[in-house]
Design a protein around this ligand. Structure first.
Ligand code: ZN
Length: 220
């Protein structure tokens, strides 16, 4: 059964707390929070205070995706703000292993994120052991209005195969332009945490979450 993780970035900012409650009631389990620094990605989004302010609004796993350079600098403060999972980009860390260790040291689940052009071969034995979550960007990070990149399916399949062969479970999370048309493909390829933004927040959020969960079961 896969987990739907609505992306806070596309939520209605006039009533964020309410939207978190709707997510929980609709069975979303996670909320995905993109933090952007205007440097690693050409955009700005979300900080510690916002995460902290939303923490008690609903019982959801706070899945924080740091789209920032040298994220190790912020791990402790993001944990204190209320994160349950912190994911960092392979491309943004000068020392990936140390960054993942810092997340684990803070008592959180650690994720490693790969951009569309980054091969799964960068996941060394050590990174593999430290990461609880492998997050695959299915669009280029931090830019609006992109289409799902089909080539990423192959990468998801290879990573799922590695978890099967090694017998070590890893969550595989997909992030970028996932909707009811392509969710079946990513689930079939091996993804089990599905981030979705516009497809959930355009229209009725609760109904859209329910539809997407159902589509994942039927087509995945
Ligand atoms: Zn994200």
């Amino acid at each position: 059964m896969c987990i739907i993780a609505p992306s806070l970035l596309e939520a209605d900012y006039k009533c964020l707390g309410e939207q978190l409650k709707i997510m929980e009631k609709a069975g979303a389990e996670y909320v995905h929070i993109d933090v952007m620094d205007g440097n690693f990605v050409p955009n700005l989004a979300c900080g510690m205070k916002m995460i902290h302010g939303l923490k008690d609004a609903a019982h959801l796993v706070f899945d924080v995706h740091l789209m920032i350079n040298e994220p190790i600098r912020f791990v402790k403060r993001i944990q204190e703000a209320g994160a349950d999972v912190i994911s960092v980009h392979y491309e943004a860390c000068s020392n990936v292993e140390e960054t993942l260790k810092e997340i684990k040291h803070c008592g959180l689940r650690a994720g490693i994120v790969l951009n569309p052009e980054t091969s799964e071969e960068v996941l060394t034995e050590e990174i593999w052991k430290l990461a609880d979550v492998i997050q695959i960007m299915t669009v280029h990070p931090g830019r609006d209005g992109q289409h799902f990149i089909e080539d990423t399916l192959n990468k998801i399949e290879k990573i799922r195969k590695r978890t099967t062969e090694t017998g070590e479970w890893k969550d595989i999370e997909v992030d970028g332009s996932i909707n009811c048309e392509n969710i079946g493909k990513v689930v079939k390829a091996g993804a089990n945490i599905i981030v979705s933004g516009k497809a959930l927040f355009n229209g009725n959020l609760a109904e859209n979450i329910a539809n997407m969960k159902q589509t994942a079961v039927m087509e995945g």
